[in-house]
Design a protein around this ligand. Structure first.
Ligand code: FAD
Length: 438
């Protein structure tokens, strides 16, 4: 699209980040802190993406077993959430405990409403400008280079120009609109299932947690047999250690989140599943007196498109703990790939150690002035299963925002920024870029 076709052209920025989820809000903060003029464009009226809109209220990816592998701006966001009373901090947690593949790890449960406040504060204090209720629908080209995006806003289409763009939409919307190669869309409804999260109050969380694992497994099998539970992982967390429970108990299979009508159906099926869960859950010890208080505004989408990058992070990179020279993020895992057809997982295991995410995975194959962030980076399906956790997505965001800012400042393509410069800048702002930083 030509920028002039938009109803109004906006001001120019050095960096425009599309998508204000975990990776995008950190990318925008990182870029703005480096002193470049930054705009964050988000389709919802608040930041946080899956962490707020889909109410997935527990951060994984910060720890590999007992080792913290993500620090920097993501860790600062967590401190702000805690300071605002939105979390009691990291807890020991067994992922998929009621399934046949439990993985002990550490997670950071939080209140999604408080995360919205902390994210506003973080981004604004960095000097980043925000454009909310703005859906990126197109890109602007000039001489073979991406120079902006067009967002659908309350005024109609609005074009904003940038020296460098960051695609943090989760769905690789910018790359897709630009016609760059992506993978994942071709799988349609065979991608990982969707989950509509809901929140209960009146739950005796310690009572449920104290049940023996075998009893939890029995409950889940019983619920599935009755058609009132939908996957083997009885996953929930209590944001502030109180009597509320944010529950990931639905599992919507056979829907394609990139198909408008299929996505609509997924929301409806998700709500039907919540009704079924509510018929069953009061028979579970600890949940006898629970009440449904809210349903996430958006269904949670685990997997859609990923860019085809200069390098594709592979399963063997993750499982061998490879840490290449241009590593900008340490991933923790676990490798977490849900079965698109059944009630369990295709993959659920902890890699033997932290693994490196190279800068090359953030660079689309084509040199057009775009950087990828979050779950849309270049990775195989299995590797993405390990890299998509929000702690990792946020660390990727910091790397993406840093790269974009350095490129914009130097007036070069992101591909032309040296990895060593990105790593040094990240390190200077407290991020972990290698095992030597642990
Ligand atoms: C059901 C479910 C459970 C999960 N469980 C966990 C868990 O327990 N712990 C964990 O750490 N991770 C979990 N994950 C994974 C994690 O939430 C995601 O991988 C992570 O949020 C990816 O971050 P992101 O910033 O790349 O994308 P997203 O969180 O998807 O954010 C993308 C952002 O871009 C915006 N956007 C999209 N399109 C446009 C557009 N066209 N214009 C403007 N804005 C746009 C969206 O509104 C959103 O704010 C889960 C995911 C799901 C779906």
């Amino acid at each position: 699209m030509e920028a002039t076709e938009a109803v109004r052209t906006g001001v120019d920025y050095d960096v425009v980040v599309a998508g204000g989820g975990p990776s995008g809000l950190i990318a925008a903060t990182a870029a703005a802190r480096l002193g470049v003029r930054t705009l964050l464009v988000e389709r919802d009226g608040f930041l946080g993406g899956t962490a707020t809109a889909a109410m997935v209220a527990q951060f994984f990816g910060f720890f590999h077993e007992r080792t913290q592998v993500v620090r920097g701006i993501p860790a600062e966001l967590l401190e702000r959430v805690q300071a605002l009373g939105g979390s009691a901090g990291f807890v020991e947690y067994v992922m998929a405990e009621a399934s046949d593949r439990p993985v002990p790890t550490r997670c950071f449960p939080f209140d999604p409403e408080i995360l919205k406040l902390a994210a506003d504060e973080l981004v604004s204090q960095a000097g980043c400008e925000l454009l909310l209720h703005a859906v990126v629908t197109d890109v602007v080209w000039e001489n073979g280079r991406l120079v902006g995006v067009v967002a659908h806003t309350v005024e109609g289409p609005l074009a904003v120009r940038a020296r460098v763009l960051v695609d943090a939409t989760g769905d690789a919307v910018v790359a897709h609109r630009a016609g760059l190669p992506t993978v994942g869309a071709e799988l349609g409804s065979a991608r990982q299932p969707l989950t509509l999260v809901f929140r209960l109050r009146g739950v005796d969380v310690p009572r449920y947690r104290s049940l023996p694992r075998e009893e939890k497994r029995r409950i889940v099998r019983e619920g599935i047999a009755q058609g009132k539970l939908f996957w083997e992982s009885f996953a929930f967390n209590s944001p502030r250690g109180t009597d509320d429970a944010v529950c990931l108990l639905t599992r919507i299979r056979g829907c394609d989140a990139l198909d408008a009508f299929s996505l609509t159906r997924a929301e409806l099926v998700g709500r039907q599943q919540i009704r079924k869960v509510m018929e069953f859950i009061r028979s579970v010890p600890g949940f006898e007196r629970c009440e449904l208080v809210s349903i996430a505004p958006r269904i949670g989408v685990r997997e859609t498109r990923r860019v085809v990058g200069v390098y594709e992070l592979g399963e063997s990179d993750v499982l061998s703990g490879a840490i290449p020279d241009d590593t900008v993020v340490l991933g923790a895992g676990p490798v977490d790939v849900h079965d698109p057809n059944g009630t369990g997982f295709v993959e659920m295991r902890m890699p033997p150690g932290p693994f490196g995410i190279p800068l090359r995975c953030l660079l689309p194959r084509d040199r057009v002035g775009l950087v990828a962030a979050g779950r849309a980076i270049s990775a195989s399906r299995v590797a993405n299963g390990a890299a998509r956790h929000m702690g990792t997505a946020m660390a990727i965001g910091q790397a993406a925002g840093t790269l974009a800012a350095l490129a914009a400042r130097a007036g070069v393509f992101p591909h032309d920024v040296r990895a060593e410069e990105v790593r040094a800048t990240l390190r200077g702002s407290g991020a972990v870029v290698g095992v030597e930083d642990l």
